[in-house]
Structures are given as C-alpha cells and as structure tokens.
Design a binder for this molecule. Structure first.
Ligand SMILES: NC(=O)C1=CN([C@@H]2O[C@H](COP(=O)(O)OP(=O)(O)OC[C@H]3O[C@@H](n4cnc5c(N)ncnc54)[C@H](OP(=O)(O)O)[C@@H]3O)[C@@H](O)[C@H]2O)C=CC1
Ligand SMILES: O=C(O)C1=N[C@H](C(=O)O)C[C@H](O)C1
Length: 257
C-alpha cells in the first residue's frame, strides 16, 4: 500500500486526484494540503475523517510515501523541496517550474536518494504529441506551437508547450524565427530558441495543443485535446508507484511509460 498526500486537493486537479487515490486499492490517502481549507467545501468532497488535513506547509506532519502536487506555479518548488527533505517522493504536475529549480530539485533528490517524477503533462495524448513532434521536427524544422487552455490558467505558456518546444529544439537546434515587423506588439507570440509559442485562454476550453509544421508546398498539424481532467489520471496512477521507488527526479512521463 502506497501512502499518498495530495497538495492542492481543493483545486480542479486536486479533487480528481483525491477521487483517483480513493478508488485505487494500492493507494491510501493519508494527507491533504491546501491553504485556506474551508469546511463547507470539504463536506462536499466526502473526505475520510482519517485523512490528516493541513493548511500550512510548516504544519505538515505525515507518514506519506508520495506527495502529489497540483498547486500553483509559485508554490510547487517549495512544496517539492519540503517533500524530498522529509523523505516523501514527489509527483509534480504543477506547471511553471524554472530549469534552475528543476536542477536544484534533481540535486537534492540525488543527495537524499528520494526521487520522484515531474511531468509537464500526465495525459497520454499530450505525451504522444510531444514524441511525434520531436520526430517530425527532424524532417520539418519550420514549426510553431499553439496551446489553448481554460481562462483560469495562471501561467503562460503552458508547461506542455514549453516542454514540446524544448524537445523540438533538441533535434533541430536553435534557429531564428522568420523576422516579421510586428505592427501589433506580441502578435507573433513567445519565442523559445526560434520556435514561436502562442497561448490562447478561453472559457469552455480544458487543455489543448497544436504543433504546426510547414515546409515547401506542404504542412503537418499534430493536435491533442484533453476534454476532461480525468484524462490526466491514468498518468498520475502510473507515476505514483514509479516515484515511490525512484532515487532520482525523473522528468517527463515518457520516461516511465
Ligand atoms: N501535469 C499535468 O498533467 C497537469 C498539470 N496541471 C497543472 O496543475 C496545477 C493546478 O491546476 P488546477 O488544479 O487546474 O488549478 P486550481 O487553481 O484549480 O487548483 C490549485 C489549488 O492549489 C491550491 N494552492 C494554492 N497555493 C497553494 C500552496 N502553496 N500549496 C498547496 N496548495 C495551494 C489552490 O488553493 P486556493 O484556490 O485557495 O488558492 C487550489 O485549490 C497548474 O499548475 C496546472 O498547470 C493541470 C492539469 C494537468
Ligand atoms: O493548467 C492546466 O489546465 C494544464 N496545465 C499543464 C500545462 O501547463 O501544460 C498541463 C495541461 O496542459 C493542463
């Protein structure tokens, strides 16, 4: 039985994660963390009385083996650091971590021999999109990324779009994007090693990404859609046992699939 703590348990992903953990016979929910816990909300969630609830990081006192983090970009690093320092293996889904923060966590995980998993996206369709895009970029280096998300998303670009750009840049190297004079500032999007990234935020959307390749006289579009946050849960389910036995920080779900 793997004992699990869910950080950000009152959020959209946190609630799905609590349901998934409760359904899985190999996992036991022992802790849940969210600043500003409100009891009315809790009643609606059917949270077991035996689950320890925490509203402050410093108060967390748990025997959890795995820490699942779906919080906010500003909190994920401190949370993961806390988890590793306390011998809890992190499964980090929260976006917005910088390369430097990932490097610091990897070093700490190695030192403490408490590994875990950080995945920009736990959805299988997104992992496949990134793999396919990396393959396509070998032959079609002209590429732009459009990511589309719900309008409550705090950060841009999405972690998935940034990870996609990094994977593409690995194979095609740094190239300049075509120079265009912007008569409306920002209209050409963000730039990662010459790969333009466009972030769309609209109500009704969940999480979607398109990678557009263009070459002489032809084009290729790769698209994935997460219509429901349940789409991320099979990836999280896979990550929990892998994280529990990891001695390093593994980055990307593809590395345990
Ligand atoms: N890797 C993946 O596959 C996926 C990643 N994500 C990422 O997961 C994160 C969460 O997404 P989502 O659930 O939609 O966001 P929500 O805003 O719905 O939930 C975030 C939750 O975290 C809580 N929170 C805020 N600060 C802290 C803190 N310091 N410690 C613990 N909890 C905190 C918030 O509480 P309050 O509202 O009171 O501030 C809220 O309940 C985002 O970064 C998102 O990009 C999302 C989907 C899939
Ligand atoms: O905020 C979201 O919703 C999502 N965030 C992750 C990201 O930033 O890539 C994963 C997925 O796109 C959903």
């Amino acid at each position: 039985m793997i004992k699990v703590l869910v950080a950000g348990f009152m959020g959209s992903m946190g609630q799905k994660t609590v349901q998934m953990v409760n359904k899985n016979n190999d996992f036991e929910l022992v802790g849940a963390y969210n600043p500003g816990i409100d009891t009315v909300h809790l009643q609606g969630m059917g949270m077991d009385d035996r689950v320890k609830l925490f509203a402050n990081l410093d108060d967390i006192d748990t025997d959890a083996d795995v820490w699942i983090d779906f919080t906010v970009p500003g909190a994920a690093f401190d949370n993961a650091k806390f988890a590793i320092e306390h011998g809890i293996h992190p499964v980090i889904g929260t976006s917005g971590m910088t390369d430097d923060q990932v490097a610091q966590l990897s070093k700490l995980a190695e030192e403490k021999q408490v590994g875990g998993i950080l995945a920009p996206n736990f959805g299988i369709s997104a992992v496949l999109l990134m793999k396919f895009a990396k393959e396509a970029a070998k032959y079609m280096p002209g590429v732009e990324i459009i990511e589309m998300h719900h309008d409550d998303k705090l950060d841009a670009p999405s972690g998935t779009a940034l990870a996609t750009a990094k994977m593409i840049a690995e194979v095609r190297g740094k190239q300049d994007a075509p120079t265009t004079e912007e008569t409306l500032k920002g209209v050409r999007g963000g730039d990662y090693d010459g790969i333009k990234i466009h972030s769309v935020r609209l109500p009704g959307y969940v999480a979607h990404e398109q990678v557009l390749f263009g070459s002489k006289g032809e084009a290729l579009t790769i698209r994935q859609d997460s219509f429901d946050r349940g789409s991320f849960m099979s990836g999280v389910e896979l990550a929990v046992p892998a994280a529990a036995k990891a001695t390093q920080l593994i980055v990307g779900l593809e590395n345990i699939m």
